[in-house]
Structure formats: C-alpha cells, structure tokens
Design a protein around this ligand. Structure first.
Ligand code: HSE
Length: 307
C-alpha cells in the first residue's frame, strides 16, 4: 500500500438557480490539491494558504478525522493542502478540499468506498465552514459532472453534461463576511408562496431534462430562480447590472454561483463567451468593483493527480 497520495478536486457551482441545495456542477475553473501522507501519530495540516490548520476547523482535516475514526485507522496522517479554488466566493472552495481529502483517504487505505459514501464523508467536512451539511458542492467535486442530491437516504444522481455547455464566471473583488455561507443562508425566507415553488420546480425539472437531453439551451433558459436569488442578490453589489449585461451579451441564463458573491452565466461553446465575460466585468465596474472573469466548462470529479 502507498504511504502517500495526491488528489486534485475541481471547483463547483451549486444551485444552478432553482436547484437550491440539490444541484451541483463540477467546473474546471479552479482545483484544490490534497496530499495525504501516513505518519506515526496525530492529524496535522500543512499549507501555505490562509486557511485554518486546526484539523477540527478545516474541511479536509475534519474529513480525515471522521474517516480515520470510522475505519479505525491507527497511526497518523499529514494533510498537505494547496488551495486553487478562491475561498468564500461561491465556487465550492471548502467542498473541493473536502472532496480531495475523502477521495485521497479512500485510495490511501484502499477502502474502495462507493460514490455516495465518499460524498457523505466529504460533506461531513463542509460543516467546518458552512455550519450545516449540504451536499451539492461536495457531490459535484467528488463525482464530477452534473449532480442531483437526493436526501433521506442520501443518493447522488450523476448526469454527464453536454460537451458544448460553457459558463462565464465573474468573481468580484469584494470583502466577504467570515461565515459567508451561514450569513447568506440566513436571508432565505422560511416560508414561500406556492406559485414561486411551482415556478422553481418547473425550471429545475427543465434543467434536469436539459442535462439528460444534452441541450445547453434548455439548461441555460431554465436558470431562473424566484426564491433564493431575490433574497440574496442585495448581498452582491451590481448584481442586477451584471445579469442584465450578460443576458444582453447573449448568455442564456444568469444567476448567483452557490451562495455567491460570484455570478455565473450559462452559455454554449458557439457563443461569444469573451463578450459575455466583458459585459459582466462592466456590470461590476458600474459599482466600481473589479472582478476576475473565467470561461469554464463542466469537468470530472476528484482524482489521483497522476491519472
Ligand atoms: N446550496 C448552498 C447555498 C451552497 O446556496 O447555500 C453553498 O455552498
């Protein structure tokens, strides 16, 4: 058995509009890398990034601790984390480290866990940053592609995305609250109107059909959320302008990426993606905010770096 392994896990976008806490999509914009090495004792974290190094407060650290306990692994583990996914911007940063840690642990100890178990362990790490467990980002980051999170019992349904689906992401250069996901979950209404629920359900269903039929236009045109986006958009200065500009530039649908503040526009490979990115930058610039824009596509899940 190897004594060391490195796993790379992708960024992800959660919700895709109406699929709050249910939909996730792995995207190739950024990656995290986690190297696990067997040691004599304890769980230690080494990193050059600004993240907690206390395993109890670190997503990857919690995953390793939980898996170590569950599988009664003796000896210690050193966790080396190289962050590529910007933290706190709605790109599944904590999920990517958690996913990489779960997959690396599975491989290091030859556990051969199934996808649902890996997602469940990766989700246990999310608690460290989000304060609650939700599986949309981790499922996408572990399994890749488009995922539907079915709960009670947890069952992740994975669908291979169309190869010509493209996204433009605008990551604004703004300060985010420390416990951002917790804060942005607190603004969501506890009760919703039946008509809003019907609208979201119809769009969510159409998104699933779009992935099954490999139809980026159906996916993009159905990225419409009348429940969570209206409750959260005030937290993103310039959101209305960014969305309006991207739609004008040819995007099929635009929404908040996960809990934000990044904004994601859905399109297809034949569209003028640079124009969409530029229009989103101009939207943020209208509020004097700089942003990084990235053109990206769906990608595979966490994997051994050598493969
Ligand atoms: N579905 C979650 C949310 C994703 O929107 O709060 C956050 O990472």
């Amino acid at each position: 058995m190897a004594s060391k392994i490195t796993v790379k896990a992708p960024s992800s976008t959660a919700n895709l509009g109406p699929g709050f806490d249910v939909f996730g999509l792995a995207i190739d914009a950024f990656h995290d890398e986690v190297t696990l090495t067997k040691t004599k004792s304890g769980v230690t974290i080494i990193t050059d990034d600004k993240i907690p190094t206390n395993p109890e407060k670190n997503t990857a650290g919690l995953v390793v601790k939980n898996m170590k306990k569950k599988f009664k692994i003796k000896g210690g583990i050193e966790i080396k984390i190289k962050k590529g996914v910007p933290s706190g911007f709605g790109m599944g940063s904590s999920a990517a480290s958690a996913a990489a840690a779960a997959v690396a642990f599975d491989k290091l100890f030859a556990l051969r866990l199934d996808g649902n178990s890996l997602v469940e362990f990766a989700g246990s790490g999310e608690k460290a940053s989000a304060g609650s467990i939700h599986y949309d980002n981790v499922a996408a980051s572990v399994l890749g592609g488009f995922v539907i999170v079915k709960t009670d019992p947890l069952d992740i349904i994975r669908v291979e995305p169309p190869t010509n689906l493209r996204m433009c992401i605008a990551v604004p250069n703004i300060d985010v609250p420390k416990k951002k996901t917790k804060v942005s979950r607190s603004v969501i209404p506890k009760k919703i109107k039946l008509t809003d629920s019907i609208l979201n359900l119809s769009n969510a269903s159409a998104i699933v059909a779009g992935f099954m039929k490999k139809d980026p236009v159906l996916i993009g045109n159905s990225i419409k959320d009348v429940i969570v986006e209206p409750a959260r958009r005030h937290m993103i200065p310039g959101f209305a302008k960014v969305k309006q500009n991207a739609l004008k530039a040819g995007a099929l649908g635009v929404t908040i990426s996960g809990a934000g503040p990044s904004v994601i526009a859905f399109s297809k490979s034949s569209a003028n993606l640079k124009k969409i990115c530029l229009s989103m930058s101009r939207g943020f610039a209208s509020k004097k905010i700089k942003c990084q824009t990235i053109i990206c596509k769906p990608t595979k899940g966490a994997a051994d770096k050598r493969k």
